[in-house]
Write a protein that binds this ligand. Structure first.
Ligand code: FEO
Ligand code: CA
Ligand code: CA
Ligand code: CA
Length: 733
């Protein structure tokens, strides 16, 4: 989601999204121990048994011993794309772009093609591609219709549809103004959220096309019935008048990034669900002190109206459920707990369209950006890395109780129940000496029990539903907005983007309210000027450009409770001061606000941006990288005076711009086929920032039509693009 509109539909003069609701008094790192990280060879020990499932099989990538016998990512082999503000997707010389699908395209026969006038019926959006393409994954499809991980020419593409961006181009003339929403518009928005699954087949030149009418084509929306599993199944915390027993709910929402499992299921993750939930004035008086504490910590104070106002469209239960207020005699008679039913990781079996999605509660509830697996190793637990995308929130990891058995590939939601319903949730603490600890969020441990203050945890359902409060209690490290994670298939190291944070103050300043001083893992404080379109300027303060942190689990064990970390890359403009541009970025690789992140099976890293601080110079972009490893750099003093640990400087050989998106878009969502010859990339919300005039057909972007027609004046649409090499070669090399 763009940084302008997460919680307010009017563009804000800020590069940040997400309200700050973390008022905990966790300690911050103010000192750095100068000792260098332990030698990488000792830290790397134990990674020799990693079996990557990214290529779908269980291909062993042995990587013990010295550097020479380690598998290496291929060298970058394309000419860097220049920063630009064109209204097209720009790729390197020798590459080509086509559009796979866009907002409103019909998945099935029987519905008309998208018409550029918003006339498509709300109901038809149950069978159309949704809005705001985001996280995405490819699952190879066998002739028998099952998961075939290594397949590159036929697959199911699962795409998240995060939200309905301004200017609401899916309606005839945008969103109808007024205190009460128009029901048919709300219906269309509800169906435009969620996930699309469609069968895709390769054609000539490694290009791809949607298989319209495939029996696998499916929409999951903000109205789809789904089940709860794990600790909250049957908990009073989930009880509503729809499901008094607390075992089901309707809808997934604000599906930002994603995840996938080695058994062949898709994970979609609920991030800014507060966009669609309201709470009435005076509601606090009807609640316990404990409930009010939790509601505030999760960003839903009383008298808060959601920007979308779905609850105003009518008295029907389908609308009323977006009002998370006490209106009935008991939780089983109203929707006071609606907020508790969002913020989860949702598992979908793309190969079984009849199977209801499942909210896997053991993975905790927060603004889930995504859930990224470590490579599965037979006999070892399944591990998922997750971030809570809001300023000053945390990084988490889930470790399954069951250990991986490769015979579970293809077993769908039954395998999900085995690995994702029982396990241990941890939250990360990053220490100044370059070490870190995973802190266990289990009821009855670490003070997480009914005697805890300020929030008493009744049981594990309470802990996972209020994971933020549990993490506060344990002193987790507040981060600069965790976005995507990715695990390097060559050495098991974990990378996570920290997109930006306007809420840091200088190390020498006195913080007020929720402001934070920098710490070693979130070290920069600086000011960056931004040229507005009208010729005025503004100054962004804090960490406007973001960074990418990485860590190596102790002895390479995914279940370790200790790790070593450094900062892989500091995003910056190449002309920034040396203590801002700490990674030495140049014109071929400077960028701002990393968000999407993906390791392909070869170990090439892809970095995508969702930026509002460098967009006076360039549209959002994607870079390719060949990273080193934790500890390959040294120590540094960041702008603002904080000491930190950084990776080796970037060069044109190790980080290079591969793609620039069209006007006012975010580049988010990427996956390569296993043979690395076809790349899918999502372009979200082109033209979101500009004033729109539907009658005059004046839009901030005409993409995707502008990709092939410079004179196009059609409505901008979020889309999935297909990138291939004209010579049929592998991408990026
Ligand atoms: Fe939806 Fe955190 O980006
Ligand atoms: Ca700037
Ligand atoms: Ca994101
Ligand atoms: Ca973002």
């Amino acid at each position: 989601m763009t940084d302008r509109t997460d919680l307010t539909l009017a563009p804000a003069n800020s590069y940040d999204d997400n309200e700050i609701v973390n008022a905990s008094a966790n300690p911050h790192i103010e000192q750095l121990i100068a000792a260098r990280l332990t030698r990488r060879d000792t830290l790397r020990g134990g990674m020799g048994l990693v079996a990557s499932t990214l290529l779908g099989g269980l291909s062993l990538s042995a990587c013990g011993g010295g550097d020479d016998d380690k598998p290496k990512a291929p060298a970058l082999g394309f000419a860097a794309v220049a920063k630009n503000k064109l209204d097209v997707v720009t790729v390197p010389e020798g590459y080509q772009v086509s559009i796979l699908h866009s907002l409103g395209d019909p998945l099935m026969f029987g519905d008309e093609s998208w018409k550029d006038d918003g006339s498509e019926s709300a109901e038809s959006y149950n069978r159309r591609v949704g809005d705001a393409h985001d996280g995405m994954h490819w699952f190879g499809l066998s002739e028998a219709g099952a998961f075939q991980a290594e397949r590159s020419d036929r697959g199911l593409l699962c795409v998240n549809h995060e939200y309905v961006p301004a200017p609401f181009g899916l309606h005839p003339a945008g969103r109808t103004a007024g205190a009460a929403r128009v029901a048919s518009e709300v219906d269309k928005e509800i169906y435009a959220h969620g996930v699309s699954i469609c069968e895709v087949r390769r054609g000539s030149d490694n290009g791809m096309a949607m298989v319209r009418g495939s029996r696998f084509n499916r929409r999951v929306t903000s109205a789809t019935t789904m089940d709860f599993t794990g600790p909250v199944k049957g908990s009073a915390l989930m009880a509503t008048s729809f499901s008094p027993t607390g075992t089901q709910t309707r809808g997934t929402n604000n599906n930002c990034a994603h995840g996938y499992t080695p058994w062949g299921t898709y994970l979609t993750c609920e991030e800014n669900y507060l966009n669609v939930i309201s709470r009435a004035a005076g509601d606090n008086a009807k609640r316990s002190a404990k409930e009010v504490l939790a509601l505030n910590r999760y960003g839903l104070p009383e008298n808060r109206k959601s920007p979308y106002l779905w609850e105003t469209a009518g008295s029907d239960d389908l609308y009323a459920r977006w009002n998370s207020s006490v209106t009935g005699a008991a939780a089983t008679a109203d929707y006071r707990t609606t907020i508790n039913t969002f913020g989860w990781v949702v598992e979908i079996d793309p190969f079984n369209p009849a199977a209801a999605p499942v909210k896997r509660s053991a993975l905790g509830r927060f603004n889930h950006e995504g859930a990224w697996p470590a490579p599965a190793v037979v006999g070892q637990p399944i591990v998922m890395y997750m971030g809570d995308d809001a300023r000053n929130e945390y990084i988490y990891k889930f470790v399954s109780k069951a250990v991986w058995d490769a015979a579970d590939v293809g077993k769908g939601l039954a395998a999900g129940a085995k690995y994702l319903d029982e396990g241990t949730l941890y939250v990360a603490r990053f220490d100044a000496d370059g070490s870190g600890a995973w802190l266990e969020l289990s009821h009855g441990k670490n003070g997480l029990d009914a005697t805890a203050t300020p929030y008493a945890f009744a049981d594990q359902a309470d802990v996972v539903t209020h994971a933020r409060l549990a993490a506060d209690k344990l002193g987790a490290t507040k981060m600069d907005r965790p976005e995507w994670g990715a695990v390097n298939p060559l050495n098991g190291e974990v990378y996570m983007t920290l997109t930006n944070n306007s809420n840091r103050v200088a190390a020498s300043a006195t913080p007020t309210g929720s402001q934070l001083k920098p710490d070693a893992a979130n070290p920069r404080y600086y000011e960056d000027s931004f040229a507005n379109a009208d010729g005025s300027s503004r100054t962004n303060r804090g960490n406007p450009n973001g960074h990418i942190i990485r860590w190596r689990e102790d002895a390479g064990r995914v279940s370790a409770t200790k790790f070593a970390w450094d900062i892989y890359l500091f995003a910056a403009q190449s002309d920034a001061a040396v203590d801002v541009n700490l990674s030495g970025l140049t014109a071929v690789n400077d960028f701002s606000s990393p968000d999407g992140l993906y390791f392909d099976a070869r170990g090439m890293l892809w970095i995508q941006t969702d930026d509002g601080a460098f967009t006076d110079v360039t549209n959002c972009m994607m870079l390719a990288a060949v990273p080193g490893q934790v500890g390959d750099g040294g120590t540094a003093t960041a702008a603002g005076g904080m000491a930190t640990r950084k990776g080796a400087n970037a060069s044109a050989d190790t980080v290079r711009r591969f793609l620039v998106g069209p006007k006012e878009c975010e580049i988010t969502g990427i996956v390569l086929t296993p043979d690395a010859k076809t790349m899918f990339v999502n372009v979200q919300h082109p033209g979101e920032d500009s004033a729109t005039d539907f009658a005059a057909r004046k839009f901030g972007s005409a993409w995707p039509a502008s990709q092939t027609n410079a004179a196009a004046a059609t409505r901008p649409r979020s889309s999935t693009v297909v990138v291939t090499r004209r010579d049929g070669g592998t991408i990026g090399t």
